[in-house]
Ligand binder design. Structure first.
Ligand code: PMP
Length: 286
């Protein structure tokens, strides 16, 4: 495998960053994960627009011009012969003697790009099974709209899910409101067939897959409501599912051990997943 690190393509095994990289020491950086299907990067524009926003919220510059970064992403994918998989990119504020405040001398942001293959049959099987979700108290900072590499609450939440024999954890506010998963956006289908997901103006990451599912829903005359919903409402819903570049659309079959409907993946989640792949094939963005 080959990775891109600060201007060079290197063997993945030799891909390292400096010990004083501010991402390594302070989690002072941002990232994106894009799905690759049949050799195309899905929603690349959306991911790079979000990267631009994350960078500017942290007053960081682009490590390369946008078009050059696109080229690097394609080159890493090509060199790793990825037809189906994921491309990961990370931008940190750069290498500078450890200090909480920004470096006073200008430093070049550090860029790492990696790509890996995934087996579409494995993710299809996971989607067919559906996932079990647990809930955990929301304990993250307020700026979860920025896609930073500071992911400890998400790491601990996901591990709590794994420890409980589940696959994802949903962050829940004290009033019972479901925010989003450790690395996914959370959705339910209400009793009357309306898709419901938390508003993206505050308190969640504005998922790229979430936006694509909204477009698909509109094309299929499915109603979407961006509003708060509680764990209780989710457990009584017709369906539940999660979205992300990694999981695409994956049905949720239980929440805190309580089965959703009959405990099998719902048909709306299933058809949204199929429609997603159909769109990806029709309008590749790479
Ligand atoms: N929420 C969180 C906390 C995430 O880490 C992710 C994955 N990036 C998502 C939602 C889903 O976003 P996307 O659809 O852009 O992958």
């Amino acid at each position: 495998r080959i990775a891109y690190v600060n201007g060079r393509y290197v063997r993945h095994a030799d891909a390292v960053v400096h010990v004083e990289d501010r991402g390594y020491q302070l989690a002072d950086g941002v990232y994106e994960v894009c799905e690759i299907a049949r050799g195309f990067i899905i929603d690349m524009k959306g991911h790079l627009d979000r990267l631009d926003r994350s960078l500017s919220e942290l007053r960081m510059g682009w490590p390369l011009e946008r078009s050059a970064l696109e080229l690097v992403m394609r080159e890493v994918i090509r060199r790793n012969h990825v037809r189906n998989g994921l491309v990961y990119l990370q931008v940190t504020r750069g290498v500078s003697p450890r200090d909480h405040a920004f470096p006073t001398k200008p430093v070049r942001p550090a860029l790492v790009v990696t790509a890996k293959r995934t087996d579409p049959r494995v993710s299809a099987r996971k989607a067919e099974k559906g996932m079990a979700v647990i809930t955990v108290p929301e304990n993250r900072w307020e700026r979860v709209d920025i896609k930073t590499i500071g992911l400890l609450p998400n790491v601990l939440a996901r591990q709590a899910a794994v420890d409980a024999g589940a696959q994802e954890a949903w962050f829940v506010d004290p009033d019972g409101t479901v925010k989003e998963g450790a690395s996914t956006n959370a959705w339910i289908v209400s009793k009357d067939g309306v898709l419901v997901t938390h508003p993206a103006d505050f308190g969640i990451l504005r998922g790229i897959t979430r936006a694509t599912v909204m477009r698909i829903a509109a094309e299929h005359d499915l109603k979407v409501e961006e509003r708060h919903f509680t764990v209780e409402e989710a457990q009584a819903a017709r369906e539940a599912f999660v979205t992300s570049a990694t999981s695409v659309v994956t049905p949720v079959i239980s929440i805190d051990g309580k089965a959703i409907a009959n405990g099998h993946p719902g048909s709306i989640a299933r058809s949204l997943r199929e429609a997603f792949f159909a769109i990806a094939e029709k309008s590749p963005t790479c």
